[in-house]
Design a protein around this ligand. Structure first.
Ligand code: SAM
Ligand code: SF4
Ligand code: SF4
Length: 334
């Protein structure tokens, strides 16, 4: 079945934030000034159990969902996360189950995740130079720990991608080393434009390095890049080929918005559905779940939310003012 929103976009992809907590404090996502010791994370009783999350996924299977992404916060911080992968895999053998992680705990869990049925992993890594990495992620962990997690996935043949968020004046110097390192081990790095998600990271246009600017930096090192056909409709990354034969992706949601193909819904850790990354409000599903709603009733509730969906924030950026705070990326799931 295909369930379309009011702009004709099907629901294909559900991103699930399994926790709003994280072992990093990336300055562009969870700045410590805001997410410090005083910050109140979600109380345990508000967080969906694995059985509740699995119930929501099962209610969406008849509506045409094809992909699940476990994210957060840091998904590997949630206790026994492998069990959630196992429960979702038990629902459907073919559904694509991915995870986005900062990679620190990946070496520890990669084998169990693969055995439980995880299809692939996306590791976020913003710098290879340890000093830049530690300052941007506001952590004492090291780049080597993340690289070991990536190597472990490669050894286990668990498909792995690497995402790197670039912020002006902070880590543009890492673009070339990242391409050099990952092309040697056949991983396509994808560079993400810094986005105005949430309300705590003091984002402004001047701190964005556009995809065009990144390609200019890459071109100066490797020569002219050539654009490659995308693998499928709705692919968020634009792929380009470098003259040495390796590929690089760009997620250009600020300079080249892709709302027209956006088929993603998001489920927050406390059970609200958000129809856009830049939403200010979600739709509470937890309360109907906890009133013993059937799988069909939950599916109907989400279907009616999706049918009314009209979001295209990135296409409107800068044109429409809102007075409400947008939800944080760590809560809604990246
Ligand atoms: N903790 C996990 C991680 O870092 O991979 C998963 C959650 S994190 C919110 C998901 C992705 O969002 C990361 O790749 C991160 O770089 C990206 N992200 C967070 N804030 C961002 C922002 N303001 N602009 C662009 N990307 C951002
Ligand atoms: Fe944590 Fe990921 Fe946000 Fe960094 S980007 S603070 S690792 S949730
Ligand atoms: Fe999708 Fe909203 Fe991003 Fe547009 S701005 S691509 S609708 S999440």
């Amino acid at each position: 079945m295909r369930l379309d929103d009011s702009r004709g976009r099907p629901l294909r992809d559900l991103r699930i934030s399994v926790t709003d907590r994280c072992n990093f404090r990336c300055t562009y996502c969870m700045p410590r000034e805001h997410f410090g010791n005083e910050y109140e994370f979600l109380a345990k009783e508000k967080i969906l159990s694995y059985e509740e999350i699995t119930m929501i996924v099962s209610s969406l299977l008849p509506l045409g969902i094809e992909k699940i992404r476990l994210t957060g916060g840091e998904p590997l911080m949630r206790r026994n996360i492998v069990e959630l992968v196992r429960q979702i895999r038990a629902l459907d053998n073919h559904i694509d189950i991915a995870m986005t992680t900062n990679g620190i705990l990946l070496e520890k869990y990669a084998l169990q995740l693969k055995e439980a049925g995880l299809s692939r992993v996306t590791v976020s890594l913003d710098a290879l130079e340890n000093e830049i990495f530690q300052s941007l992620s506001d952590t004492t962990n090291s780049v080597d720990e993340v690289l070991q997690g990536i190597d472990c996935c490669k050894r286990l043949e668990l498909p792995v991608k690497v995402n790197c968020m670039i912020q002006k004046g902070v880590n543009e110097s890492q673009i070339i080393p990242i391409i050099q390192h990952f092309s040697q081990i056949s991983i396509t790095p994808r560079f993400i434009e810094y986005m105005d998600v949430g309300s705590t990271n003091s984002w402004n246009y001047d701190s964005v390095v556009s995809g065009d600017e990144m390609r200019k930096i890459i071109g100066q090192e490797f020569g002219q890049l050539e654009q490659v056909e995308s693998n499928y409709r709705g692919e968020v990354a634009n792929l380009w080929k470098i003259q040495n034969g390796s590929e690089v992706g760009f997620i250009e949601s600020v300079s080249k918005p892709f709302c027209g193909d956006c088929s993603r819904a998001r489920l927050s850790a406390d059970g609200s559905i958000y129809t856009c990354l830049f939403a200010t409000e979600g739709h509470n599903i937890r309360s109907i779940l906890r009133m013993d709603a059937s799988q069909e009733q939950i599916g109907d509730a989400i279907a009616s939310i999706w049918k009314n969906r009209n979001d295209n924030y990135s296409e409107q950026r800068g044109k429409v003012e809102t007075t409400k705070d947008r939800v944080e990326m760590s809560y809604i799931g990246g």
